[in-house]
Design a binder for this molecule. Structure first.
Ligand code: ADP
Ligand code: MG
Length: 293
């Protein structure tokens, strides 16, 4: 088994002494699709940012993060060759992070910028092969017809799909998606989750996606990591996350994660491509690991 993401003894204390990450130890295998769940403030964004080397952990702890064997950070210091490592990590944000006034295709081709010389990126000059890769990625996410439009003219769902196309063009082998569907309507949410599942399946890309609601996690991700107040309180099969277990793990915060005004499962999922998991599952499916958490 190849480990895509390895985290050891990661801690993060923000100013004021609040611990946002508390002794995180995790291994994520190459090719996994993993959900990160937890109520607001549980540390999901902070953990994803640490995985990408966008944020450094506490210096006093071991705080080791490796992606595909390359050190992202250790002892609170981001590795000096982080640019190289980050080229293999696609980050998808809740708010899309496209450049509004630029055409969609240029936003997508920005994924190649770690490879092209600076003068070319400044002139936005891309080779025909690079452009073809960009168009191909836009086709795969189903918005090739929007290629020449300014990013600002796209719907939220289309912008998020363009952001995933950018990660594809980047050639990322790990995609970290931070609440990618939190700002989207149900139909767009389903499309975005379907695309992430396809990238995972077809490109063998490791995907870690933070989600607000556990039923979306169950539907798309075989494994869920549950965070609560900066600690991993669950790491196991998503199917074992029954409402009862969630209440045990999260107490009053469980309501936020369980809010079944969900989004995706209310839709007919005839085109859905991920694992089909019924909700809720019987408690018998519970893993011993879950209860030990
Ligand atoms: P989530 O993404 O699960 O909502 P976050 O990772 O954003 O949670 O936040 C975890 C905790 O860290 C929260 O208590 C939050 O207030 C705190 N936090 C996050 N970012 C910062 C920051 N830049 N400065 C200070 N505190 C922060
Ligand atoms: Mg967040």
């Amino acid at each position: 088994m190849t480990i895509a993401i390895s985290i050891k003894g990661l801690n993060k204390t923000f100013h004021g002494g609040r611990k946002a990450l508390d002794e995180i130890h995790l291994d994520i295998a190459a090719g996994e699709m993993v959900a990160l769940i937890g109520a607001s403030g549980s540390g999901k964004s902070t953990l994803l940012r640490h995985m990408a080397g966008l944020m450094a952990g506490d210096g006093a702890s071991q705080g080791l993060v490796r992606v595909h064997g390359q050190t992202v950070q250790q002892h609170g210091k981001i590795a000096s060759d982080i640019r190289q490592t980050r080229a293999g990590i696609g980050f998808v944000f809740q708010q899309f992070n496209l450049v509004d006034r630029l055409p969609v295709i240029i936003n997508v081709l920005a994924g190649t910028l770690h490879r092209v010389p600076l003068w070319r990126s400044l002139l936005r000059w891309f080779t025909p092969t690079e452009r073809a890769q960009g168009v191909d990625a836009l086709k795969r996410v189903g918005i090739a017809e929007c290629s020449a439009q300014r990013a600002s003219t796209l719907s939220g769902g289309q912008q998020q799909r363009a952001a995933i196309a950018r990660a594809m063009v980047q050639g990322a082998k790990v995609i970290l998606a931070d609440e990618p569907i939190a700002s989207l309507d149900p139909e767009s949410s389903r499309k975005v989750m379907d695309i992430l599942a396809r990238v995972n399946r077809e490109d063998k890309c490791t995907v870690v996606v933070s989600l607000h609601q556990v039923n979306v996690a169950m539907k798309y991700c075989p494994r869920t990591i549950g965070l609560h107040q900066g600690r991993v309180v669950y790491d196991g099969p998503s199917v074992a996350l029954t409402p009862m277990l969630l209440r045990e793990l999260y107490g009053a915060d469980a309501d936020e994660i369980l809010s079944l005004g969900d989004h995706i499962s209310s839709l007919q999922d005839s085109q859905h491509t991920g694992p089909h998991l019924a909700w809720p599952k019987p408690l018998a499916a519970l893993s011993p690991m879950a209860l030990a958490a």
